[in-house]
Design a protein around this ligand. Structure first.
Ligand SMILES: O=c1nc[nH]c2c1ncn2[C@H]1C[C@H](O)[C@@H](COP(=O)(O)OP(=O)(O)OP(=O)(O)O)O1
Ligand SMILES: [Mg+2]
Length: 197
């Protein structure tokens, strides 16, 4: 395999995937890289697994090719697991990273450091023509800071401090993020398939 379509329009995820796939010599294409205009796919599921499968299967059927999709988000323990599968639209359907992270910070006002535990979750769905969809889940544990710090990454990275670090995910280089991230932890479980295909 020289190229793989990833059923996403998220440029932050694609930056991660570009780097994660480069070691296999595979070029990844997002839905924004295709000639054709692909309409937004509605994420109607209640779980990361369902939403990842919807995205991967719609595009795999359309092109008759293997397609990977990523559904991911932030689970904050003090918020009962929110924003979870609603991470992208937490502060509204306009899907703004800055509004979303400020909504989390606001809801966490006054919550003490030891109660600010959280994790990033990434579920990858690999859909292949005539085959059952394969799922892999990766997580990254950490806690929520009190203000946004750092310029790298995307989404909730500026408020997420990974375990064993004293800086946010947005202060890590992309190489550093890609050694510990939920996305990396999910993708390494697909390594065998990647090498065989
Ligand atoms: O490494 C990450 N660092 C920071 N934030 C992250 C990360 N990974 C996911 N997130 C957040 C961003 C978004 O609020 C949600 C994903 O939502 P999710 O529906 O999977 O993606 P999306 O709608 O942005 O793009 P698409 O569905 O086209 O892949 O979780
Ligand atoms: Mg989405």
């Amino acid at each position: 395999m020289q190229k793989l379509i990833i059923a996403t329009k998220n440029k932050g995820k694609m930056k991660d995937f570009n780097q994660l796939f480069s070691k296999y010599g595979i070029e990844v294409l997002s839905l924004l890289d295709l000639e054709e205009d692909i309409p937004d796919i509605e994420e109607t599921g209640d779980t990361f697994e369902e939403n990842a499968a919807i995205k991967a299967e719609v595009i795999a059927k359309k092109f008759h090719l293997p397609v990977l999709a990523d559904d991911s988000g932030l689970e904050v323990d003090a918020l009962g697991g929110e924003p979870g599968v609603y991470s992208a639209r937490y502060a509204g359907t306009h899907k703004d990273d800055n509004d979303n992270l400020h909504k989390v910070l606001e809801k966490m006002t006054g919550v003490k450091e030891e109660k600010r535990t959280a994790r990033f979750v990434c579920v990858l769905a690999l859909a292949q023509p005539e085959k059952a969809t394969i799922y892999k889940r990766g997580e990254c544990e950490g806690h929520i800071g009190v203000e946004p710090v750092g310029e790298n990454g995307f989404g909730y990275d500026p408020i997420f401090i990974p375990n064993n670090y004293n800086k946010t995910m947005a202060e890590l280089t992309s190489e550093e993020k890609n050694q510990i991230s939920h996305r990396r932890n999910a993708l390494i479980q697909l390594e065998e398939w990647i090498k065989e295909n």
